[in-house]
Ligand binder design. Sequence first.
Ligand SMILES: Cc1cc2nc3c(=O)[nH]c(=O)nc-3n(C[C@H](O)[C@H](O)[C@H](O)COP(=O)(O)O)c2cc1C
Length: 394
Amino acid sequence: MPTTRREVLLSTGALAGTSLLTGREAVSQQSDPLEEEVAAALNVWDFKKIAQQRLDQASWDFITGAAGDEISMRWNREAYDRIRLEPNVLVDVSGIDTRTRLFGQEIPFPILVSPSGGHSRSHPDGELATARGAGQAQAIMAVSTLSSKPIEELARVATQSLWFQLYMIRDRGLTREIVERAEAAGCKAICITVDTPVTGARNREQRAGRRRRQGSQTPRALPPHLTGYKRPESVEGAIFSTTLDPSITWKEINWVRSFARVPVLIKGVLNPADAQRAVQEGISGIIVSNHGGRNLDTVPATIDALPRIADQVAGRFPILIDSGIRRGTDILKAVALGANAVMIGRPTLYGLASAGPEGVSRVIEILRHELEMAMALTGRTSLSQIDRSVLWQG
Ligand SMILES: Cc1cc2nc3c(=O)[nH]c(=O)nc-3n(C[C@H](O)[C@H](O)[C@H](O)COP(=O)(O)O)c2cc1C
């Protein structure tokens, strides 16, 4: 592993003669006006600032927007900031071990890439660049049903495991086909997103979409996994999507489980009763998520929802969490409150928009190193030592 900052930058290509991208075109590093900022970026927030300069307004709004008054998105951050740490000193922390296991696979650190659609808005290579970056950083990437690149292409460039995120669509035959394609491509888990029977009132995204439609006659093409899907002309009720199936229940989750050959998780759980039901149904795991605040506004921050869910699950299956994670200390807090691993959504996209695969890998590596620092500074040398005793009580 690189040890100095310069070595890190060289290893990730930030100082080497790699190509960086701006808007839709690649420009050589020599003429990249943001080259120095990319090289100097130290944390997720630095990458966010660079991403904003790289992206057009519509793509920026798509990535950073949330639902309603974006209150849950704000709470996701505020809740992490509110939690204080209670360190132990004079512990030998000369060896920090962040390894863990998920569904039989050992991973070097508990950070995965959350599924998100449309990475080609952030980078011309879309999810191919994300998969390369995640691979470089040794992180599992969950690929969205709405990915702008098909799973088979991603599997060809991935050097780490891929998971697949499933949206149940109105066409069950195609839904099954998508799962089978993901498995054939080698995906190691299926995460069914259950918090989106309809999308939230994403006003920023809606405005960006309206502007795009005004400027273009051609309707946006369906993402590759949905090729061949015959959208109904219209559906009953203004809030429903022509693609997402709003009728799904536990029955449909069990239908997927009846033919899936890999672990099936559900993504988007906030209620301990739903977590309890997932245990009873025999689901393989859950992702505590509020979709980064993009669906139901004013639900709590996921880190606030986690403790009751963890109590309910009591270690019977892995719990992952996303929404709002931006620092290594956030990961430590999530593990302390019962998560086996965390997932990062927007931070990956900030890295992707800023510097392609190198940006993705650097964001993940930064969070990994921040987690290691947080562990050393709290006197915890392995993930199993991180529990609620690391949180300031009172
Ligand atoms: C631009 C964007 C697109 C997303 N697309 C999907 C998707 O296709 N499927 C899904 O389950 N979640 C999707 N999500 C939600 C993420 O998986 C994740 O839950 C969320 O981004 C986590 O919050 P964070 O961005 O604060 O890390 C998307 C999020 C963003 C920002």
